[in-house]
Design a protein around this ligand. Structure first.
Ligand SMILES: [Zn+2]
Length: 451
């Protein structure tokens, strides 16, 4: 009797398990089957032979040469690949989602609600260019990220840094001279009130500002360790934070399981940041050979941007910004060559600022990497390699799972490309025409495959 009861219980379990499996097919989990696609895996390998890829929920469930059976009577999207290329969604590792559709004055003094709506519209544009993830390295982006994650607005996944942290007169200090002197503990400037950038002039202040970004959900922390082009009062040659200040940020970030990335151009600024424990350098365009060797030896990430010439020319001739840009630009090619020579872990980003026209060229800026890399290397950098950089956020990663690669178990951020981007990387410069399907987190945002 006891045995029979057990058998019946076991049977009930089996039946309910089967029913559950059917529920999974019919229920909340979306299922998409890509048939007959050639895969670019995000790691730089040549395109695969014809494959079938099953997406279940937000994950790549199965990749198979053989047909994958699905219940065609249920809500399964079946996409005929017709031999087109399936690749991971693109990742921009240096993006400022709040600072593209606006201009510098509006970004600081404008209406916050309006600025967020502008940024939301641009975020939708970003996703529709095939960029399914961005690492946001400065700006009040937490609200936008939340609205995207909640499905209110269509946009990319955002790895937010929150406010850039700078010193008085450093890169990111956009205050007017009339706002000086600052009283420590006194009223915040407008750019600080909106969370654009925060001024910190001691290890204690740095710790406080870093922890405030972490409290708001920062996945990594951005500091400016040296001068910058666009800020009015930071000469290019200066190192800004002291090593103790930089270390305070690193310690606070590491206590939170994540890392600090530092804006730095010069060897002195880069070397000091590394000495303080910073594990990612942004730009680095004035580095020398010795610094490149140090970066390689320590396994530090270098986040580079093939900044387009139009950006330099956009600064008025004779302006402080133009003079600084003229110093920086020749360093771009030199730094890429050093990165290649010493096999530095190199991330790719655009750093588009205050220009929707330039943002529309996000894919073209990626394609311009073929000055130094093969198409496969460039595309791997904007997918699998950038995915590795994002994973440095550790426990603060807002989207746990593998990004930037196509393999079973990875998050389903996918592009179906009409053509072979390894043979013609310029396909990614015209996303409206060439991206047939755009999927993020298993959800289809664009599908023109049946047309
Ligand atoms: Zn930037």
């Amino acid at each position: 009797m006891f045995h029979r009861a057990c058998t019946i219980l076991a049977l009930i379990n089996l039946v309910s398990a089967a029913a559950f499996a059917q529920d999974r097919d019919a229920g909340s989990e979306a299922i998409t089957l890509f048939e007959n696609v050639r895969i670019f895996d995000g790691k730089g390998a040549p395109l695969s032979a014809a494959m079938n890829v099953l997406v279940r929920g937000n994950v790549i469930d199965r990749i198979s040469k053989d047909p994958i059976p699905v219940n065609r009577s249920l809500a399964t999207s079946i996409i005929a690949g017709d031999g087109r290329t399936l690749m991971p969604g693109l990742i921009d590792a240096h993006w400022h989602a709040m600072l593209i559709a606006t201009d510098p004055a509006e970004a600081i003094t404008g209406d916050v609600g309006y600025n967020n709506l502008l940024a939301a519209d641009e975020a939708t544009g970003t996703l529709m260019r095939g960029f399914t993830t961005v690492r946001d390295v400065g700006g009040p982006v937490f609200g936008l990220k939340r609205a995207i994650d909640e499905g209110i607005v269509n946009g990319p996944r955002i790895f937010p840094s929150g406010a850039m942290i700078t010193v008085t007169s450093g890169h990111g200090d956009f205050r007017q001279l009339s706002e000086l002197p600052r009283i420590v503990g006194g009223q915040l400037s407008r750019m600080e009130q909106i969370g654009g950038s925060m001024v910190a002039d001691s290890p204690d202040e740095v710790r406080l500002r870093v922890r405030e970004q972490l409290m708001q959900g920062a996945s990594q922390i951005k500091l400016t360790a040296g001068g910058g082009v666009s800020s009015p009062f930071s000469p290019i040659d200066v190192s800004t934070f002291t090593e103790a200040e930089l270390h305070a940020a690193v310690e606070a970030a590491e206590n939170w399981g994540t890392y600090v990335t530092a804006h730095a151009f010069t060897p002195a600024a880069i070397q000091r940041a590394i000495a303080a424990g910073v594990t990612c350098i942004e730009h680095g365009f004035l580095m020398d050979e010795a610094t490149a060797k140090l970066i390689a030896a320590k396994g530090i990430w270098l986040s580079l941007q093939p900044l387009p010439e139009e950006l330099r020319q956009g600064f008025p001739v004779g302006s402080i910004q133009r003079i600084k840009a003229d110093q920086i630009w020749p360093g771009i090619a030199r730094t890429y060559e050093l990165a290649k020579k010493y096999k530095i872990k190199t991330a790719w980003g655009t750093d588009v600022l205050f220009s929707r026209a330039l943002a529309k060229r996000q894919g073209a800026i990626l394609a311009s990497l073929t000055r130094w890399y093969t198409a496969a290397e460039a595309l791997a950098m904007a997918t699998g390699v950038n995915g590795e950089l994002l994973a440095m956020a550790g426990k603060r990663n807002p989207y746990p799972g593998k990004l930037g690669i196509i393999e079973e178990g990875a998050l389903a951020d996918l592009l179906l490309v009409d053509g072979d981007p390894l043979a013609n990387i310029n396909l990614i410069a015209e996303p409206a025409k060439n991206f047939v399907v755009i999927m993020k987190d298993g959800k289809i945002y664009k599908n023109t495959s049946s047309h």
